[in-house]
Design a protein around this ligand. Structure first.
Ligand SMILES: Nc1ncnc2c1ncn2[C@@H]1O[C@H](COP(=O)(O)OP(=O)(O)O)[C@@H](O)[C@H]1O
Ligand SMILES: N[C@@H](CCOP(=O)(O)O)C(=O)O
Length: 295
């Protein structure tokens, strides 16, 4: 049996819609695989009641199909689905690493990115790879049609997850078809600032570079209390705040010294609008980890 832990991720980071992503230290999915003649899936853990065990509907089923690697697959969800923390991607990334090893397919982590993205196509309608790439590779990733660029960044963050669901498929429906040239120029500047910030592990540059006036404003309308939570995080010392992935998770970047205060300010602000939430005090961290278990 093989076990893989694959981390939650935060995609877009504001200015990098469908391009940027980071791996988070916590939470994570754990996937166990054993060879079998056909693929079967069981799911336990956070939000498992909302996740199909039918291989044709689960992201790990799409990965097993893409690698021609039938297996008995057990998923222990640490990342709640429809969270904006790359839940579907964490399972897909873990399964890709595990099945690649189990069947000795010899693919590199970068080569597994399009494989794991098959799972994303199944649930969100498009094979966007900005969650699976950081879950596989760790750190900060930049996904383009030409492949993935990766930096081993480490920046403190708070990921606050309200007790509401926003499906990525629905949130893709509010993305505008076009943008003004002024907005594009601003976004390119912010994305470049963020990228430099990641190479320097600088929370100020990263936070500043997360500003986005094209996609994010449309998505914040889907999250009850977003503006209040953002203001609270900034007042508590966050260097930048944005929607995590397609939401409803909200990501705040910060210096380590302010992390605890930001986490409690965000939870209190959600509470003030009647929404329960949970804040993960974590950091940009490692990608999927493989464990062998011969017992
Ligand atoms: N292994 C899986 N883990 C999580 N969600 C899955 C999985 N397989 C299929 N899904 C479905 O994907 C959807 C959640 O994915 P998505 O909307 O992209 O949210 P998230 O941002 O949390 O990944 C849910 O409808 C869920 O049932
Ligand atoms: N680029 C995608 C990212 C979706 O991330 P998720 O964590 O919400 O699945 C998008 O913004 O649609």
């Amino acid at each position: 049996m093989l076990t893989v832990r694959a981390p939650a991720t935060s995609a877009n980071l504001g200015s990098g819609f469908d391009v940027f992503g980071v791996a988070l230290g916590t939470p994570a999915d754990v996937v166990r695989v054993e060879r079998a003649s056909r693929t079967t899936i069981t799911v336990t853990g956070a939000g498992s009641q909302y996740i199909p065990e039918d291989p044709d509907k689960n992201t790990v089923g799409a990965v097993a199909e893409a690698l021609d690697a039938p297996a008995r697959i057990r998923i222990d969800k640490g990342v709640r689905p429809s969270s904006g923390l790359g839940s579907s991607a964490a399972s897909a990334a873990a399964a890709a690493v595990a099945l690649n090893e189990l069947y000795d397919r010899g693919r590199s982590r970068a080569e597994l990115v399009p494989v794991a993205a098959e799972g994303e196509a199944l649930v969100s309608g498009e094979a966007h790879a900005d969650n699976v790439a950081p879950s596989l590779l760790g750190g900060f990733t930049v996904v383009t049609d030409d492949g993935v660029t990766h930096v081993d960044a480490s920046v403190p963050v708070v990921a606050c997850l309200p007790d509401i669901s926003v499906s990525t498929r629905d949130a893709r429906g509010v993305v505008p078809d076009s943008a003004s040239m002024d907005a594009v120029v601003d976004t390119v500047g912010n994305a470049a600032t963020l990228t430099v910030g990641m190479t320097r592990n600088d929370p100020v540059l990263v936070g500043k570079g997360m500003e986005d006036e094209i996609v994010t404003p449309e998505r914040t309308k889907l999250i009850d209390g977003y503006e209040r939570v953002r203001e609270a995080a900034l007042e508590a010392g966050a260097t930048g705040v944005t929607v995590s992935g397609a939401g409803p998770g909200i990501l705040a970047v910060c210096h380590r010294r302010n992390q605890r205060a930001i986490a409690s300010a965000m939870v209190d602000a959600f509470d003030a609008v009647g929404v329960e939430s949970r804040a993960y005090q974590t950091a940009v961290g490692e990608g999927a980890t493989l464990y062998r278990d011969d017992s």
